[in-house]
Design a protein. Structure first.
Length: 214
């Protein structure tokens, strides 16, 4: 039979911000217990005491302390941040001819150092993030493919991650959490071994850069 503690832990795990706050011991347990109580009772099909929820929260908080990464230590290890502006985002459904279209686009841009382009292949879709200068080329080369969406007025931040930091748990979590806490919407995220590129609406790029730097 599922216990109150198990339900509380499940609810906390569904909300990363609460998890981080509990790990930092900055939560009012009584207020949080009253907030969670109706949800817990709904899952358990019975009434429970607020005190039982408070005790469960305290146990979870103790368990979480020391398990989440130290944001400040991690962010100090990050390298340079590169900003790119005037980007577009196209997503197409996978098809038998989509690979040929990708090859044509890469061949056309092979010797161009003035543009940015990255292609992400998913299970059912392919996303192309590129400089606006390639807009006409993309539309022409992919004219026979099925578009899912296209987004304009984008910019990106590329953060260099030292090799030694790639073995540290929570490196990407720390960066993305800062953006989420500040209400900055992430359009796309693309990573390589020592780089993370986040694509944002151009209106958010200056604030995002400032947050990651400071």
């Amino acid at each position: 039979m599922i216990s109150t503690s198990q339900v509380v832990e499940s609810l906390i795990k569904e909300t990363p911000f609460l998890e981080a706050a509990l790990a930092s011991d900055i939560v009012n347990y009584s207020s949080l217990a009253r907030y969670l109580k109706p949800k817990i009772e709904e899952k358990l099909f019975k009434d429970i005491r607020t005190g039982a929820v408070i005790m469960a929260l305290k146990r979870i908080s103790f368990k979480l302390k020391g398990t989440l990464p130290n944001n400040s230590d991690i962010l100090k290890t990050l390298g340079d941040i590169t900003i790119r502006s005037n980007l577009i985002d196209y997503t197409f459904l996978n098809s038998p001819t989509l690979g040929n279209a990708q090859d044509k686009l890469l061949e056309k841009t092979a010797n161009r150092k003035d543009i940015f382009i990255t292609i992400s292949n998913g299970i059912s879709q392919v996303t192309i993030i590129a400089s606006e200068a390639l807009d006409k080329d993309i539309k022409e080369i992919f004219k026979d493919e099925t578009p899912v969406c296209s987004i304009e007025n984008l910019s990106s931040l590329t953060v260099r991650i030292p090799v030694e930091a790639t073995k540290t748990p929570g490196v990407l979590y720390s960066m993305l959490k800062i953006l989420a806490w500040e209400g900055i919407n992430l359009i796309e995220a693309v990573s390589t071994f020592t780089e993370l590129t986040v694509v944002l609406d151009s209106k958010d790029i200056d604030r995002a850069f400032s947050l990651l730097k400071t």
